[in-house]
Write a protein that binds this ligand. Sequence first.
Ligand SMILES: *[C@@H]1O[C@H](CO)[C@@H](O)[C@H](O)[C@H]1NC(C)=O
Ligand SMILES: *[C@@H]1O[C@H](CO)[C@@H](O)[C@H](O)[C@H]1NC(C)=O
Ligand SMILES: *[C@@H]1O[C@H](CO)[C@@H](O)[C@H](O)[C@H]1NC(C)=O
Length: 325
Amino acid sequence: MLRPNSRLSKTMAVFSLALFCTIVCELSAAPVQRITTDKRNDWPIIGVLAQEVYKPQPKQNSYIAASYVKFLEAAGARVVPVMINQTEEEYIQLFKSINGILFPGGGVNLVSSGYAKAASIFYKLAIEAASQGDYFPVWGTCLGFEQLLLLTCGENLLSQTNTTGVSLPLTFTKDAMESRLFKDFPPDLMKALESENITENSHTWSISVETFMKDEALNKFYKILSTNTDGNTEFVSTMEAYNYPVYGTQWHPEKNAFEWTRPYYPHTPSAIKNIFYMANFIVNEAKKNSHSFASKEEEQKHLIYNYNPVFTGATSAFEQIYFFE
Ligand SMILES: *[C@@H]1O[C@H](CO)[C@@H](O)[C@H](O)[C@H]1NC(C)=O
Ligand SMILES: *[C@@H]1O[C@H](CO)[C@@H](O)[C@H](O)[C@H]1NC(C)=O
Ligand SMILES: *[C@@H]1O[C@H](CO)[C@@H](O)[C@H](O)[C@H]1NC(C)=O
């Protein structure tokens, strides 16, 4: 008979006790006690708005590009998809449950789409909430940026530019250094942003600086942080609202680390570093909001983890997409 190696069996005993404890403790741990500091919510959940699929397929009527989800997750947020075509009551309920919203890029109509309708409701709720001291950040990227302009001034003031598929360095305004968005960015990153081609533009419409400055609703609400030019038209590329947590970039911060289908998507070290500073800023803004779902079950039901992205990189500009019915 073999004598068991006593050191090994002791190790095994400790190991199985630890395993036992892990299982029992995990089973008995719910509900999780959430530890947050004074006013900071370290469990932020950010909504990402879906939009209509250009050519709907069975069970594929709306979508979110997965890069927006990864972008926010990488900086410590969880994501809830905000579906289009919901009722206003449903959006109000969701607004009270999440800590911020991101309007992604894309190609749907800025007035008649389900995306535009949902964006309009969340924008209105965020502005109303701010007057009651309820801080609800709203971020717009590309189409989302254009949607914000339209929501703020009430009309479409965009003009066409030659800016599809080009990575550019930002031209910062004098307000950029003191802005909430950029003030904590390290100097080497600010230098890279204004000298290297690391902000990716995929838009045919822009707001020219001239038009923006002429429109009182826009120039009183937003501070221009950066501009760019297509050689003919100088356009606004980054903005933040003076008195509201509302922000937009005409360029795409999320693509640098997560999209690979086009040769002009920048992946240089500073391009990658920038994505995380941008995401970190947005997520920290959401940490200033204390909305929560009514229960853990409600929260789980809404999280993006209930859906699986599919690989679309062979046929689309996005590597992975979440499709919804
Ligand atoms: C949204 O509603 C519009 C108009 O009723 C409809 O045409 C479209 O198919 C709906 N899309 C989704 C994803 O529900
Ligand atoms: C658009 O810009 C590209 C460079 O990004 C240039 O090659 C092309 O000629 C421009 N097209 C027009 C119509 O100006
Ligand atoms: C950056 O982009 C501009 C405009 O397309 C181009 O003129 C310039 O050569 C690019 N610079 C680098 C370093 O690629």
